[in-house]
Design a protein around this ligand. Structure first.
Ligand SMILES: [Zn+2]
Length: 127
């Protein structure tokens, strides 16, 4: 995590793909040359579930969510608090080797939402 709270993803220097994890090769072309790219620490939930049989070291139920942040980058995060609904806006923070997600505060402004997928963000007021 960067000092201002933004998330770091990578941008491939060869094919310009944006991706995670930050320490691997480009999943599109296998290129090893990449640059850091800071994105807002928010995204929308593509799916969320509670694992009843998580990997060793985690207690069940283990709530996780697949989240799409800006630039179309997707990550799997551990849910803190209630399990979010599909399409819900969440905050994302890196915690060592994992990402943690939680419901975003409602008062967060319009206009700074990540352009994630085609689902309309649920926090936008009706027109
Ligand atoms: Zn690439």
């Amino acid at each position: 995590m960067t000092a201002d709270g933004s998330l770091e993803v990578r941008r491939c220097e060869t094919c310009q793909s944006r991706y995670l994890p930050t320490d691997g090769p480009c999943p599109q072309c296998g290129g090893l040359a990449s640059l850091p790219l800071a994105v807002p620490p928010r995204g929308s939930v593509l799916a969320a579930t509670e694992l009843q049989y998580p990997a060793a070291g985690w207690t069940a139920p283990h709530p996780i969510a697949l989240v799409e942040v800006a630039e179309g980058v997707r990550l799997l995060g551990i849910v803190e608090g209630p399990l979010p609904a599909t399409g819900e806006l969440v905050e994302v923070r890196r915690d060592g080797e994992v990402y943690r997600v939680r419901a975003a505060p409602r008062e967060r402004g319009e206009g700074d939402s990540p352009k994630a997928g085609s689902a309309a963000p649920s926090f936008e007021p009706p027109r």
